[in-house]
Design a protein around this ligand. Structure first.
Ligand SMILES: NC(=O)c1ccc[n+]([C@@H]2O[C@H](COP(=O)([O-])OP(=O)(O)OC[C@H]3O[C@@H](n4cnc5c(N)ncnc54)[C@H](OP(=O)(O)O)[C@@H]3O)[C@@H](O)[C@H]2O)c1
Ligand SMILES: *[C@@H]1O[C@H](CO)[C@@H](O)[C@H](O)[C@H]1NC(C)=O
Length: 329
């Protein structure tokens, strides 16, 4: 009896502490920068935090391209953004990060139709929908959150490089998570099923994103393209539905009561996309609109390089293709 009460009391105390911490530290992007003449892509800009990010950027006058795997959701989101912002320069394009073919088609379409890309917001991600492999034999969670984003970013680099100028670098912003802290980069086993706890796989995908940003920062040293990670905090979105119905509902209810709203969760990504100082750093990890740094093992050069090489192999990029990714259009 006392045991149960103790557990309940502990859970309530932890929830309240997290809630108080989140609410008291949440920062808001205060940049007034306008984006007329600029083009931005927001992956997953159709729901959750991505929709708020895309709407904010559309308010600032940018051409905004949102992308997700579902036509209906995408066209509805586009309508909503246009209605709310009166900026008609908003497009929706299909993109399924779970499929290498879809990522390649999306990137080829962008390179063909857009003449610039100022900001790439790699916001799309899944929670823990399951423990299975994609057709390409990568783990589904890893593929959507990490490999798909890795391939997309590399394929869009030539356009980002063309757009970036001294004094105004083009920016890549990737949404990581505090759960990168439980991630382990065990390269041989990253794509195994029935091996990891699903939340751990999510953590693995997020620490891989941080290592990717660090490795890419090195490789982009002499260009005008920066890449930074953002950690939105705990945010009440549908991402938690993937845990399971009962826990998902309990967690979602808790989040709506205590934790950040999607608009609040979007603020750090917006800060990294707009703030002047955030445009001159690369490989930084932001939380609450401040550079805080990720966990120490996310800065291991050797791991970052090994992960890069293995990722190039898994997304099936040839050496010549990788070289082309680093040539401005
Ligand atoms: N919520 C949190 O507490 C939290 C904490 C830390 C980090 N994050 C990260 O924040 C980012 C945004 O998450 P959110 O909480 O806003 O979740 P969300 O509401 O579920 O939004 C996720 C977005 O990603 C898109 N997406 C999912 N699978 C995709 C795929 N295969 N290809 C392309 N797009 C895909 C979704 O499109 P559909 O709706 O069409 O599936 C949706 O637009 C994610 O990277 C997440 O990992 C969230
Ligand atoms: C759409 O945005 C692009 C890039 O910002 C700009 O060059 C173009 O003129 C805009 N088109 C319209 C119709 O506003």
């Amino acid at each position: 009896m006392y045991g149960v009460l103790l557990i309940i009391a502990t859970v309530i105390i932890i929830a309240l502490s997290v809630a108080v911490y989140q609410k008291s530290t949440n920062a808001i992007c205060i940049s007034r920068r306008r984006l007329e003449g600029r083009t931005v892509i927001v992956t997953g800009g159709t729901a959750g935090m991505g929709l708020h990010i895309a709407t904010d950027l559309a308010h600032r006058g940018a051409r905004v391209i949102i992308a997700c795997p579902f036509e209906d959701e995408g066209t509805n989101a586009r309508k909503r953004i246009i209605q709310e912002t009166e900026n008609k320069n908003v497009s929706f394009k299909l993109l399924d990060l779970a499929s290498l073919k879809s990522v390649r088609q999306f990137a080829a379409d962008i390179l063909k139709t857009e003449d610039r890309l100022d900001i790439l917001l790699n916001n799309a991600g899944v929670g823990v929908p399951g423990d299975f492999l994609t057709a390409e034999k990568t783990h589904f969670i890893m593929q959507v959150n990490y490999y798909g984003t890795f391939l997309l970013t590399l394929l869009l680099l030539p356009l980002l490089m063309k757009t970036g100028k001294p004094g105004e670098s083009s920016r890549i912003i990737t949404t990581a998570s505090f759960l990168h802290m439980i991630g382990k980069v065990d390269i041989e086993n990253l794509n195994r099923t029935n091996y990891w706890n699903k939340v751990r796989i999510y953590g693995n995908s997020k620490i891989c994103l941080v290592l990717f940003a660090n490795e890419l920062t090195k490789r982009l040293k002499d260009s005008h393209v920066v890449i930074n990670n953002v950690d939105p905090g705990l945010v009440g979105t549908k991402i938690f539905d993937s845990i399971n119905k009962v826990y998902g509902s309990i967690i979602t209810l808790t989040f709506f009561l205590f934790f950040k709203t999607p608009w609040q969760g979007a603020q750090t990504a917006l800060h990294a996309a707009l703030d002047k100082k955030a445009g001159v750093v690369s490989g930084a990890y932001f939380m609450n609109c401040e550079i805080v740094g990720a966990i120490k093992r996310a800065y291991c050069d050797k791991t970052a390089k090994a992960l890069w090489e293995d990722s190039v192999r898994l997304v099936k990029l040839t050496k010549d293709e990788v070289d082309l990714c680093f040539k401005s259009l």
